[in-house]
Structures are given as C-alpha cells and as structure tokens.
Design a protein around this ligand. Structure first.
Ligand SMILES: [Fe+2]
Length: 293
C-alpha cells in the first residue's frame, strides 16, 4: 500500500521513515516555495520574451528554443537566491537545516509533442538510485505554472518493493560526469547518451499522478519508480526539482531498500549543507563511492 499524506504535521524524522517505506507527501505551496517559483517564472519570462514560457515552443524553431534553455537553466541552477530559498523551504516544512544537504535545484522543461533529447529529455520510468543516488535520497518536485494530468510525473508504486530488470549495472556517476553531461546541449533532436533504463515492460498501472497548484510540493524517495508523463497538453511544463539527504541517515545507512539498483559510484559529493553550503565529509562520500567491477 502507498499512502499519500497531504499537509501532514508529521516530524521530519517520521516523515523520512515513511518516505523510505514508499509513501508520498504533498504540501500546499509554502512562502518560500512560492517565492522560488515566482523567481523561476521571472527568469523564464525574460528568457523567452516576447512569448509566454508555457507556449513559446509553438513560436520558435528547435535550435533557438534549445539555445534559450541552454542559457536559462544554468542561470537558475547557479543563482545564489535559489539556495537561500531552498533553506527557507526546509524550514517551512520542518526539516533541520543543519542536517539537510541538498543538490542544486534544477529547472526542468517538458515540451508538448516537440523535442525529446538533451536539455528537454523525457525520462522513461526510472529510479534515481539507478543513477548512483544514495538510498537516503529524497526528491522534491514542484510545478512552476499550473499543471494537468497530461504534463506531470507518474509513480508506479507496485515497483517500490518489486525489482525490475534494468541496465543500471553499466552506470557509474563519475564516468557519466566525465563524458555525458558536457554533450547534453548538442543532443537536440535525439538522445544518444546511455542512461540506465528498464529492460522489461513496465506495468504502469496502478499509477499515481499528483496535481498541485504552482509551488505545491511533492516529496518522494529517490528509490521510487517514476516517469515523466508524455506531454500532450499543448503547453510546456516548467517544474523545479531538487534532492536532499539528511546527514544522520547517510552516516547511519538509513534509506530505502535496494530492490534492483546495480550502478556504482555516488552522487553524494554534489550535496551541500543548507546552512553554509559545505559538502559532506570526504570520508563519508568515499564510503559510498564504489567502483565498477
Ligand atoms: Fe528522477
């Protein structure tokens, strides 16, 4: 059974335990999540002017569209204001800022029937733990503009406890960083990079989709199997997501159970403490940084 909690007053410790067991948490927009989304809209409006960001795709050729994203996304990701607002979101929702480490927030776009590669890649069903994410990882997701059932994320909860045959065994995060990310902007029409994927048919039902207003927060465990729903809404979906770990979980080895992830390496080196942007201690990261056989 997968439980979806709405605006739960549960403590962060209890909440993480429920998330590691496969439950989902949904929150109404908070003061800081609304501010973060407003900031993303501000940057997007400026970048796509004179077109409104959700419909700009209908007015631009593929290359100009990708060129705008190639400037907009890093501007958002690296902006110091985003890091401050993330800390505000943790405080809004009762996560201890001293123990909470985050990976920089991404601004994602999912075009409608348009592009599916590189910077606009649509993710097939996957777990983040196939991509060297720690089992203590939580994912935070929020829409920037209003969303509908045909442009959000889908969860396939039956696979939380059940493994799927997949190619994660070929994936090592450090190796992918060295070769993959630099070429994302070049993959405009077709995705050529190797990514872990399911190697058997995914039974998509039952599927859970969560619709919140802009700035509403969906919180789930990185081991949860999730998909980008094919966008047929006619509007580009803009969303923000980021990942967190609680340091005590990492130190004590808490997290979801591994049912089918065979990748090596770790993304833990990307996480920054929300209070001072310090990384986790190198020896802790090293303890997770396995190498390919
Ligand atoms: Fe994901």
């Amino acid at each position: 059974m997968t439980v979806v909690y709405f605006d739960s007053p549960m403590s962060d410790d209890e909440r993480r335990a429920r998330l590691f067991a496969g439950d989902l948490f949904v929150y109404s927009p908070t003061a800081h999540s609304q501010e973060l989304c407003a900031f993303a809209r501000e940057l997007a409006v400026e970048a796509f002017a004179p077109y409104p960001p959700p419909t700009a795709q209908h007015h631009m050729d593929h290359q100009s569209y990708v060129d705008v994203l190639a400037r907009l996304k890093p501007a958002f990701i690296n902006h110091p204001r985003c890091k401050e607002l993330l800390r505000g979101i943790f405080e809004d929702l009762g996560a201890d800022p001293e123990q909470t480490y985050f990976d920089v927030p991404r601004l994602r776009t999912m075009t409608s029937d348009y592009l599916n590669a590189g910077l606009t890649l649509q993710f097939q069903p996957h777990r983040d733990t196939w991509f060297s994410a720690p089992f203590a990882q939580l994912n935070w997701w929020m829409p920037v503009y209003s969303v509908v059932e045909s442009n959000v994320m889908g969860f396939h909860p039956r696979y939380f406890a059940e493994g799927l045959r997949n190619s994660s065994g070929d994936y090592n995060y450090a190796r992918w960083l060295a070769t993959g990310r630099a070429t994302a902007a070049q993959n405009v029409e077709m995705e050529t990079r190797e990514q872990p994927e399911a190697q058997e048919e995914v039974q998509r039902e039952p599927e859970i989709r969560v619709i919140t207003p802009p700035g509403g927060i969906l919180l789930f465990c990185g081991a949860q199997l999730h998909t980008t729903v094919p966008n047929t809404s006619g509007r580009t979906r803009f969303s923000i997501d980021f990942r967190t770990v609680n340091r005590r979980d990492v130190e004590q080895g808490h997290g979801a159970r591994n049912v089918d992830s065979h990748c090596t390496g770790t993304t833990l080196g990307d996480f920054l403490r929300s209070t001072d942007l310090e990384q986790l201690p190198p020896e802790l990261i090293a303890a997770y940084d396995t190498v390919p056989a």
